[in-house]
Design a protein. Sequence first.
Length: 136
Amino acid sequence: DEITKSYCYIMSNDMFNKIGSGDFYQDKQINNYHKSDVFIEKGSLTNKMLSNPRFKRAETFITSAGHKPGLLHIDKPGIIPLINKGTVLNIYIPNYIIAKEGRCKIHHRFFCLVSRREEVENNRAMDCFYAATPRN
């Protein structure tokens, strides 16, 4: 089911994470939101999801750029600090912004204005890096 594939249960906070995001939901929120999508005669959508052995679940979650996003299966201590063994959900969302060299006199002037500092060398433009468009 598409809804079931969209979530992962996290035991440490007793909540559900929407896969690919940093958003966490309580079972009642998921049941209410999808009430018109799924008809369940007995029980609830989240109970059905948790009863399914193939439903994704993790003991806890991390936000780490050092590991790929998604479920991580830890089989020995030292891979992730404070986690000896188990399944962990990495909710890290990669940043695809790259630095681009350019002139940023306007940024420098703004910084001087808000910090009440004198501009260096008579308003000399400074070379700097600024955030550019995302990578493809």
